[in-house]
Ligand binder design. Structure first.
Ligand code: NAP
Length: 552
């Protein structure tokens, strides 16, 4: 949706928020309700963040719609009608726009405005935020709502610029409809985005070449329209459902089986996997309680999925090529509609680029192992510079001009994934070191936003100018994040969780894998102990200049 461009002359705010996705929108809502002056800067021309940019065919959320939604307003959750079990990208974007309208958020969002730099001014205890056109604004607090999967990853394929067809990236899809009818199309990548788009592109294209470096595990979504009676029941039960979800490891209300996969007979295990495959979605990994902790247990689930691939894909060689051999759930489990069956189509070819990487992109197509695959359009489903990319592409400088890029040279370091030592009054919503991408993003966002809002009120009530983590607290948290990651099989493969998809990125498991409830408890304990691990300093009385053009 095109927005009216807002550019105004105000240059000083209590808080600047970067990004108008679900995190930025709720942060704006909370801070405005609390009487802070706030400006949001958003690179896109509309709200929605990831759902604004990811418009590729088949894009939809793999968390069920009735759970992937805000819960801060009961009126909102009662009035909004989700139409499908898994909402499509257009429906989620409509929801984001509805929220923006309902809470009148747009008046404080400046669209089509990228933040290029932000520097902490120690004397004034505030941030100077530089916009792409060179405009500077000041804010006591700078809140990064920049998303975990928003900075796209385009591998440096030699010759990419020479391609004479059109190149698309799933994470930066055009706003107009793309029609592949009659075309030869290449898709590079077989992660969640590609797995959702491949079946639909295959239906349109004359021929589709899928360039696969690593096969991914995917389970069927079994998406369907939502029955009105089910919707009514969910709405009546929202409070109980939401609080049950918050007690779950991933913040998602899933049926989990509290038994080891190794404590069951083969027949029982098979029955459980079959039932979960028939039910569909990520609850497949809840079949047993040790699938991500015990390699032997995990192997039973992995073999079950490989068996399904052999059943679905008619050509045994193709089935073998599509079958992953690593830990299931290590790379994010995908959820699909008709993915494996797509490879039975005569107009779809799988090209293995695992053993022989893509040599080059030529004007006419993709060259692999000396062979040219001629195509008209190329789709890059090559993912994101996850978790850190959206932050490090902004020139963020803390105390004494320290650059965040330098500080994170060996991997991200933050306390609770919320704040960074040396960068006072800078907050990261669902930043590295928080559960974020391992959970349902919406409740994780709401928890972070509420924590930050409470923190700003705490500072305001005490007239405190500055908060930042102590280096010791940060070191301890980073050590804890790494230690917990080491106990989980998710840290054992080359995934974007460890930065393996981006050339040169340090290999560090970035999200916190201790689970949503334990993490929330830790955040609450820190606050109850007077913001343990944070240094609070300065007085707002010392910085009157900042208050000169407050919103009245
Ligand atoms: P991704 O999971 O990182 O997948 C990228 C794909 O590109 C992988 O198959 C990767 O292969 C391949 N690739 C990268 N560089 C390559 C190269 N140089 N040569 C050949 N292949 C290359 O990215 P994504 O599919 O966009 O998904 C990212 C995340 O976004 C997901 O894990 C999920 O969290 C989120 N997402 C969610 C949904 C949903 O809710 N349904 C949908 C889309 C995305 P390797 O595996 O070998 O690295």
């Amino acid at each position: 949706m095109a927005e009216t461009l807002r550019t105004d002359t105000r240059s000083t705010f209590d808080a600047v928020i970067v990004g108008a996705g679900f995190a930025g929108m709720y942060m704006l809502y909370r801070l405005r309700e609390l009487g802070f002056s706030v400006r949001v800067y958003e690179a896109g021309s509309g709200v929605g963040g990831t759902w604004y940019w990811n418009r590729y065919p088949g894009a939809r959320c793999d968390v069920e719609s009735v759970q992937y939604s805000y819960q801060f307003s009961d009126a909102l959750q009662q009035e909004w009608e989700w139409t499908e079990r898994y909402a499509t990208q257009p429906e989620i974007l409509r929801y984001a726009n509805h929220v923006a309208d309902r809470f009148d958020l747009r008046k404080d969002i400046q669209f089509e405005t990228r933040v290029s730099a932000t520097t902490f001014d120690e004397g004034r205890h505030c941030w100077t935020i530089v916009l792409a056109d060179g405009t500077e604004v000041s804010a006591r607090f700078c809140i990064m709502a920049t998303g975990c999967l928003s900075s796209t990853n385009t591998p440096q394929f030699p010759g990419l610029d020479s391609f004479r067809g059109t190149v698309y990236h799933t994470g930066h899809w055009p706003h107009h409809e793309v029609d592949f009818s009659g075309q030869r199309v290449g898709v590079i990548g077989t992660g969640s985005s590609a797995i959702q788009s491949i079946p639909l592109i295959a239906e349109q294209a004359q021929h589709l070449f899928v360039f696969q470096r690593t096969p991914h595990y995917t389970v069927p979504a079994h998406n369907a329209p939502l029955d009105p009676e089910y919707r009514r029941r969910v709405k009546a039960e929202y409070p109980a459902r939401r609080s049950r979800a918050k007690q779950m490891f991933a913040g998602i209300d899933l049926r989990l089986n509290d038994r080891s996969a190794l404590q069951t007979t083969d027949a029982e295990r098979q029955r459980e996997y079959e039932a979960r495959w028939a039910f569909g979605g990520v609850s497949f990994m809840g079949a047993f309680n040790d699938l991500l902790f015990n390699a032997d247990s995990n192997a039973t689930a992995a073999e079950f999925v490989r068996g399904k691939i052999r059943e679905i894909v008619r050509d045994p060689e193709l089935a073998a090529a599509l079958s992953p051999r690593y830990v299931i759930g290590c790379k994010r489990l995908c959820v699909d509609t008709g993915y494996y069956a797509t490879f039975n189509r005569a107009n779809v070819s799988l090209v293995d680029v695992g053993r022989s990487p893509i040599e080059a992109i030529a004007p006419q197509g993709v060259r692999v192992a000396g062979k040219l695959y001629e195509i008209d359009s190329l789709v890059l489903g090559t993912g994101f510079d996850a978790m850190t990319g959206a932050l490090t592409r902004i020139d963020i400088r803390g105390k004494s001009g320290e650059a965040l890029r330098e500080k994170w040279h060996g991997g991200p370091r933050a306390y609770l994934g919320l704040m960074i030592a040396g960068f006072p009054n800078l907050f990261t919503i669902t930043g590295p070191g928080s559960p974020s991408v391992l959970t349902n993003m919406l409740p994780s966002i709401e928890q972070h936003v509420d924590w930050i809002a409470d923190c700003l009120v705490f500072l305001r009530e005490r007239g405190l100018a500055q908060i930042e983590p102590t280096p010791e607290a940060e070191d301890e948290w980073v050590a804890h994040v790494n230690e917990v990651a080491g106990t989980n099989l998710r840290s054992t493969c080359s995934s974007w969780y460890v930065g393996a998809n981006v050339a040169g990125k340090p290999r560090v498991f970035m999200p916190y894998i201790g689970g949503f409830p334990a993490y929330v408890q830790k955040c609450c304990e820190v606050v109850a102990a007077g913001y343990r691990g944070f240094a609070l300093s300065g007085s707002t009385a010392e910085i009157p200049s900042l208050l000169s053009d407050r919103v009245t």
